[in-house]
Design a binder for this molecule. Sequence first.
Ligand code: AR6
Length: 170
Amino acid sequence: MTAVTVRAVLADITTLDVDAIVNAANDQLAPGGGVCGAIHRAAGPELAEACSALGPCPVGEARVTPGFNLPARLVIHAVGPRWLGGDQGEPELLASAYRAAFQLAKESRVRSIAFPAISTGVFGYPLHPATAIAVRVTREVAPASGVEEVTFVCFSEEVLAAYRKEGVGE
Ligand code: AR6
């Protein structure tokens, strides 16, 4: 078991110099909008080529590619669920996407990893339940994953406040 530092910061995830950044991907692993679009733009066109060879990726699962032009060595593409009202297995699928990302991080010997708030943008997952799941799963699985540093990357003060409410500091 590794001691894990967990923090939340306001930042653009594409700028972070960590072993792996996590992409809030779609099941086709296609360059979309939101954080996914930003990651593809910053990584360069090779990322879309690598993704097209790996997709599709079912909701709740993840795939790993190099980071290409990003400062991060790897991109872990995790597919969260669309919010369909909450009774379509959304909480389990979101938890599964985080678990799958940590599993790949373990296999790729990732020490530092940064997550966006998966599913809370285009996919419409309510912010507070989503960040609660992110933090709960991280506390459950990170210590046995070899990951030493987890950063929740927030694109707005509102998202940052949601992680703070879950007890995640700076
Ligand atoms: N750095 C960090 N967080 C960001 C950034 C950034 N550069 N840009 C946006 N966010 P979303 P989803 C935040 O919509 O809901 C895409 O088209 C954003 O404010 O990116 O999982 C994919 O291809 C929000 O808090 O992802 C899929 O089709 C969070 O990242 C679909 O959208 C997630 O918002 C996935 O939707």
